[in-house]
Structure formats: C-alpha cells, structure tokens
Design a binder for this molecule. Structure first.
Ligand code: PMP
Length: 388
C-alpha cells in the first residue's frame, strides 16, 4: 500500500503566517543604497562599560550556566531598578532573567494558558504576540486601537471582547508600532476592567525608558494590579542591547514559580556573559539611557513634523522610537506604499497592516536612525509623494 505523504510539521505551525516585517527586510537586503527605517532596534552600540563587563566575565572564566532564574546579583539589581524606576516591589524570587522580552512573553503564555483560553491582544502591536498565544494552545482575540483615538485602546473595547474563556489581556505601551503611550488615568481605566473580570495582564514594558513628554506608569504599580500583572521588560531597547538577548519578567510568586518551570525546561538560563553585562547596565547605565532618550526625542520631533508638513498626518508618539504616519491621502494601501517607496526611492518602511487591522493606512518608520539618514529619507519620501 502506498502511504499518503504526511506532513512532518504540525498544523498549528503550518497555519502560522511568516512575519510581514521579514519580507521587507528580504526585499531591501537585495538592493543597494537603501535607507532603512524598517528595523525596530537602536542605532547605538551598547555602551562600552557594559560590553567591558561581559568581556571581563569571560576573562574571569564565568562560562557555565547560571541558576535557571538568573544570577541572584542581577535579579537583585532588577528588583531595585523596578522599584526605583517603576514603583513596584518584587523579591528576587519573583524575577526570572529571560532570553529577551520575547522569551518572557512566550514563557508567560505557556505558563498561563490551557487549550482554548483566550487572550485579548491590543492591536496594532508587535507581531509576535498572537503567534505566541497560538503556539501555547490559546486563542488570540485581537482588539483594534483606532487612529481617531491616537491608537489608545478604550476600556469599553476591551470589555466588549471579554468572554467566559478570556484569561488575559496583552498590552504594550509605549507601543510598537504606534509609539502611543497611555497615561496613568488611561491605564487605571483598563485596570478596572481587568479587575472586574478577574483577568491577568501581560504588560510588555520594553519601551518604558523611552518616553518623551509624559511619565511612564507601569501597569503593575496600580492599586490591586501587582497580583494580576506579568511585567515584561528587557535590555534590548533602553540599553541598546538587542543582540545580547537579555530580558526579564516579574510576577507574583504563585505565577513566577510556575513560569520558572517552563523557562528551566525550555531555556535553562539566559546567556551568562549577557547577565554580567546586564548587572553593569542597571548599576551604571542611567546616564547613557538619558543621552539616548534625548537624541531620540530630537529625531522624533523632526520626523513627525516632516511627515505632517508633507501631508502625511502623524500623531506625536509619546514613546518608543517609531512614527506611524497615515498614508491614506495617497490612496495606496500600506503594502503598495511600502513596496513602491522601496523600489522607487530606496527607503524601507514597514506597512502598518502587518501589526493588525487598524494599522492599515499607515507605515511604521523607526527613527532609531542617524539624523543625516532621516533627513535623506524624508527628502526621498517627499519626492515619492510628489510623484504620485
Ligand atoms: N516587545 C516589543 C514591543 C518589541 O518591539 C520587541 C522587539 N522589537 C520585543 C518585545 C522583543 O524584544 P527582545 O529583544 O527583548 O526580545
């Protein structure tokens, strides 16, 4: 009997769509003279003293595994940092050092979800959240933050999406891709819904340091929220450490001890040299963070004003390092706009629809790019608009 060809890959994975961002990187990679506003990472190199701490750890022979949860010294620094900067108190046993914020979110999903549990995912958002929910056996329920609200999600929208199966709410403010920041009152209003329906929040606070006008508030710092928040943060953005793959998650003991099981079986621990670098970043990195924030603020003001001047309406993003202008006036879809801009003017941006339905009609432009390149990119985008 001839066997029918079976797939070696699970249906769940076969059904996952590849990231829409990747496609544009691949297109741009084959071209010369491209200015990329596409990548979501700082253009700064990790501060020297942080790199040096990792080098020293290697020279000193610290090359073995660390405890699963991470070096105690680092977890102590994390608890101090989170307490001083974001006003939430954790013990080191409630902290896990992860392989970037990415693994923190993935571990959180796999820890909290039973098959069929729903997670409300506020979109537009980082492209990994929904796939991570799906891979953990859950069901992502996207809810769209709207441009008419400057991409701030409203509590009524969350409430309307809640069902018997809702387990958690996934949020990220300052947001990737919109840069939108929620203030304390707006977060409190969301927290009320979360408490009313006894949900958990996974709060991706990776851009917490990068705010330009208003103060950042951590979801976990609000009354009654520490016990129902999984706080995710990391070193990639604030400390310009994307390649080090270092993040952390803080959660109340009954959740963090269960998360540690998932983390220990799947990942063992984060890279040892990176953890030593992380200690130094938290101890002595504040000044560089301030310098980087100052520089991003100048670039944000420049790029947002330029977009508005050329007729692409752009709200002023309160944080992160993305501008998210509307391209609706051009009559092009965001995919068409991004593709043509790349081919005709060699500027790479990311079409807004890859971040969720309400991102359509927008493009994400990272301003973690030198001022010189930003000026040239704005000139080319203006030429592109004028040519339409
Ligand atoms: N969350 C958001 C919102 C991000 O933009 C990114 C990176 N683009 C991540 C998480 C992943 O960060 P890490 O490098 O710490 O895994």
């Amino acid at each position: 009997m001839k066997a029918t060809k079976k797939s070696y890959v699970s249906k769940t994975v076969r059904d996952l769509k590849p990231s829409g961002i990747r496609r544009f990187f691949d297109l741009a990679a084959g071209m010369e003279g491209v200015i990329s506003l596409g990548v979501g990472e700082p253009d700064f190199v990790t501060p020297w003293h942080v790199r040096d701490a990792a080098i020293r750890s290697i020279e000193d022979g610290y090359t073995s595994y660390t405890p699963n949860a991470g070096l105690l010294e680092l977890r102590e620094e994390i608890t101090n940092y989170v307490k001083n900067r974001f006003h939430v108190e954790y013990s080191p046993s409630e902290v896990i050092v992860t392989v970037g914020a990415s693994s923190a979110i993935d571990t959180a999903m796999r820890t909290i979800l039973d098959p069929g549990d729903e997670v409300i995912v506020v979109e537009p958002c980082f492209v990994s959240y929904s796939p991570m929910v799906t891979l953990a056996g859950g069901v992502p329920v996207p809810v769209q933050a709207l441009k008419e609200n400057d991409f701030k999600i409203l509590p009524s929208q969350i409430e309307a999406a809640i069902t018997d199966k809702t387990k958690a709410l996934m949020i990220c403010f300052p947001n990737n891709p919109t840069g939108t920041l929620l203030n304390k009152q707006e977060l409190e209003a969301l927290a009320e819904i979360v408490k009313k329906y006894d949900l958990l929040v996974i709060s991706d606070e990776i851009y917490a340091e990068l705010t330009y006008d208003e103060q950042f508030t951590s979801m976990a710092s609000l009354p009654g929220m520490r016990e129902r928040t999984i706080l995710v943060n990391g070193f990639s953005k604030a400390f310009a450490m994307t390649g080090w793959r270092l993040g952390f998650v803080c959660a109340p003991k009954e959740i963090s001890k269960e998360m540690l099981k998932v983390h220990q079986y799947a990942l063992m621990c984060a890279s040892t040299a990176s953890q030593y670098a992380g200690i130094e970043a938290l101890r002595n990195g504040e000044e560089e963070v301030e310098k980087m924030v100052k520089s991003y603020r100048l670039r944000r003001n420049y790029i947002v004003n330029s977009f508005n001047e050329m007729g692409l309406t752009c709200h002023m993003p309160g944080g992160a390092f993305y501008a998210f202008p509307s391209i609706e006036s051009t009559g092009l879809s965001s995919q068409e706009f991004a593709e043509r801009l790349l081919k005709e003017q060699s500027v790479a941006v990311v079409p807004g629809d890859v971040f969720g339905e309400s991102g359509e009609g927008h493009i994400r432009c990272s301003y973690a790019t030198s001022m010189e390149e930003l000026r040239e990119a704005m000139k080319r985008i203006k030429q592109f608009i004028d040519s339409l």
